[in-house]
Design a protein around this ligand. Structure first.
Ligand SMILES: [Zn+2]
Length: 194
């Protein structure tokens, strides 16, 4: 596979990179992304493509399940750098359909070391939805439940994000806006849920 990646890169250099020479030369000097994007690691989400945005637009943080844990040094550093130094204006948390992290909330993962702990960050989303709906009795209801949990998880992670001191300060000073989005793999559509 690595050979395909490298030959794909040669193709990129000879086509898109050459065709957008001006933009790529500008990016050599530095970045000024307007958006900090927190998304899932899922390989089916090509964030720049689905939003039709060029390189230099989205400052990225990706993890399993687009989580915003209360004490995550990696994310906290991204927030600090993004807000204080890059001065992003919008922060997006984006969930998606068919999310493996949300499916895994229903699975027994005793053999895994890290995953069950990590998924605890989303457990409240599942609890909120299960308290609201009846137990699914067919595949369609099961799918609907998953979508509801995936979307509730975006709301939950937005709530978590709002607890970070740097976020509280930036919101108070009206320097940033927070948005919760949901990407549907079946339609390619992105919708705003928060
Ligand atoms: Zn996912």
């Amino acid at each position: 596979m690595i050979d395909e990646l490298l030959s794909g890169n040669v193709k990129f250099q000879n086509t898109q990179f050459k065709q957008n020479h001006e933009r790529y030369s500008e990016l050599v000097k530095g970045q000024q992304p307007p958006v900090l994007w927190i998304g899932c690691s899922d390989s089916r989400l090509q964030t720049g493509h689905i939003t039709d945005t060029p390189a230099g637009t989205l400052f990225m943080h990706r993890n399993i399940g687009n989580m915003v844990p209360a004490n995550d040094w990696s994310l906290a550093t991204v927030l600090e750098y993004g807000i204080k130094h890059l001065k992003v204006q919008d922060i997006v948390i984006c969930g998606h359909s068919d999310c493996g992290a949300i499916k895994a909330l229903d699975k027994d993962l005793e053999d895994d070391v890290y995953i069950p702990h990590w998924l605890n960050n989303a457990i409240e989303a599942k609890q909120r939805i299960d308290a609201k709906i009846k137990k699914p009795s067919n595949p369609q209801e099961q799918k609907n439940r998953s979508r509801m949990i995936e979307q509730e998880n975006v709301r939950l992670q937005v709530e978590h994000l709002r607890t970070y001191p740097i976020i509280k300060k930036a919101l108070k000073e009206k320097r940033i806006e927070i948005h919760g989005l949901y990407y549907d793999l079946e339609t390619g559509g992105l919708s705003k849920i928060v």
